[in-house]
Design a protein around this ligand. Structure first.
Ligand code: NAI
Ligand code: MG
Length: 490
């Protein structure tokens, strides 16, 4: 088992406000754990509303005066590109820090989270010089054109499942469009966000343009949502908190974008390449320990192939290496916290109680008596009305359901309050495209799962939220349009 604190890793532990590292005004700190060992990595300064006030004031000042609003677009583009380069240069260290704090396998942090975070900054570096307004052909002797302007101070509130990547998804487009940001990382995983602040400083991001305030949701998070000088909140997290944020943001009429939970259907038709579909189903639910908003947590299998498919699936699940997240061969790491592990184990109990059949896993898998590990778990005989099929578990727990034909599959798939993602597995091109249209979700994968790219939009239908992150769509989330009229009459 890796030690709690790898001495070669930098673990900044203060608040980053106005270009300075500082303690919380209250002097309070909170412990940050390694979920694989349960040991404390460090204590981190705990921001609450007074610190958030300072951070927002710094962001407001940086937005209105100083080098940021005067910076040329080419220089801003270079700055974002440089951040991407620095992430790549420091990728090994940052990946280890991410894994130590979140519990995800090092192969994921190294192969996915870090390259994707760097790519996000470099993708949006390209947009800085391409944000254009329009000239509008209005009647009369007027010249009318539009300007695309930043909101001002953006509050970004992010979860613990992809800490550095979620920071990148929010910071890169917000900065590319000229905003300033106060970032509140999740209380479980503030460490890579703080390292990111160091990287911003090294890259030459002016003081106050980005501020990082680790702290808890009901205190630091809520203060950011309430603050009248914050013009926009970008949130990723639970549907329950998404609702609270939307309600609270109404008081100051903030723009809000929400990326929330999911219960994504992964549909395997009998005519699919079954081995590929098995790999996709495994990746769909066990990647990231299942703590993934787009996780393929409801697996629909066509009745005629059900037994064969379950056999292949269970065999493959049994081969996944569970254990030390720092080990390069580990495929299922530790859940992020004891709270999350208990939530997942509670759903496993409830699944048994509801009459679903436990096929494999179903219990904790501590390593040397420690760590928040849960064995890859598969339930069969699940009905769509069970909690197991309707509520977001956010862990390595797969609910398997059967369907008769295309209509039945689509109808069951859509019977959920969520609509984040979905997948269909079939060799029939027509069936694939028809299903892609019929499923109510922001992303549909055909014969693959969990593929994302910065260039392609991502976000939810229904109660999975609204607003599209990534791609050119995110530019709309972080800008407002101004119409300028000029009288040309003599
Ligand atoms: P959460 O939604 O409470 O936390 C996400 C972020 O929101 C954190 O930074 C947290 O400090 C902040 N927050 C919490 N309450 C807030 C408030 N009142 N005002 C402003 N910010 C607030 O999620 P939590 O409690 O960590 O996980 C609970 C469940 O939520 C998970 O089991 C999972 O089902 C779901 N979840 C979904 C995620 C996704 O990617 N869609 C990510 C994380 C959790
Ligand atoms: Mg919470």
């Amino acid at each position: 088992m890796s030690s709690a604190v790898d001495a070669s890793l930098r673990t900044p532990n203060q608040l980053w406000i106005g270009g300075e590292w500082r303690d919380a005004l209250s002097g309070k700190t909170f412990p940050v754990l390694n979920p694989a060992t349960e040991e404390e990595i460090t204590q981190v300064a705990e921001a609450d509303s007074a610190d958030v006030d300072l951070a927002v004031a710094a962001a407001q000042k940086a937005f209105e005066s100083g080098p940021w609003p005067k910076m040329s677009v080419t220089e801003r583009a270079r700055l974002l590109w440089r951040i991407g380069d620095l992430l790549l240069e420091n990728a090994d260290e940052l990946a280890r820090l991410e894994t130590m704090n979140n519990g995800k396998p090092i192969f994921e942090s190294r192969q996915v989270d870090l390259p994707a975070a760097a790519a996000c900054f470099q993708y949006y570096a390209g947009w800085v010089t391409k944000l254009e307004g329009a000239t509008i052909p209005v009647p009369g002797n007027y010249f009318n054109y539009t300007l695309r302007e930043p909101f001002g101070v953006v509050g970004a509130i992010i979860p613990w499942n992809f800490p550095i990547l979620m920071a990148a998804w929010k910071l890169a487009p917000a900065l590319a469009t000229g905003n300033t940001v106060v970032l509140k990382p999740a209380e479980e995983t503030p460490l890579t966000a703080l390292r990111l602040a160091e990287i911003f400083e090294t890259a030459g991001v002016p003081a106050g343009v980005v501020n990082v305030v680790p702290g808890f949701g009901p205190t630091a998070g809520a203060a950011l949502v309430r603050h009248p000088a914050v013009a926009k909140i970008a949130f990723t997290g639970s549907t329950a908190v998404g609702k609270e944020i939307m309600r609270a943001a109404a008081d100051t009429l903030k723009s809000v974008s929400l990326e929330l939970g999911g219960k994504s259907p992964n549909i395997v038709f009998a005519d699919a390449d079954l081995d590929a579909a098995v790999r996709g189903a495994i990746n769909g639910i066990f990647y990231g320990k299942g703590e993934v908003c787009a996780a393929g947590s409801r697996l629909f299998v066509e009745s005629s192939i059900h037994d064969l498919f379950l056999e292949k699936l269970t065999e493959r699940a049994g081969k996944l290496l569970v254990g030390d997240p720092m080990h390069p061969k580990t495929r299922v790491g530790a859940l992020v916290s004891r709270e999350q592990m208990n939530k997942v184990l509670g759903y496993i109990e409830s699944g048994r109680g509801e009459g679903a059949r436990l096929v494999c896993g179903g219990e904790p898998a501590p390593q040397n008596g420690k760590g928040f590990f849960v064995k890859p778990t598969i339930f069969d005989g699940v009905r769509n009305s069970m909690r197991l099929a309707q509520e977001e578990i956010f862990g390595p727990v797969l609910a398997t359901l059967e369907f008769r034909d295309v209509e039945d599959a689509i109808s069951q798939a859509n019977q959920t309050v969520y609509g984040l993602a979905a997948a269909v597995w079939t060799r029939d091109v027509k069936k694939a495209h028809k299903a892609a249209r019929a499923i109510k979700a922001g992303t549909v994968w055909v014969n693959t799962y969990n593929i994302l790219d910065t260039a392609s939009p991502f976000g939810g239908y229904k109660m999975s939220g609204f607003g599209r992150e990534l791609g050119k769509h995110a530019l709309d989330l972080y800008t407002q349009v101004k119409s300028v009229w000029v009288d040309l009459n003599d």
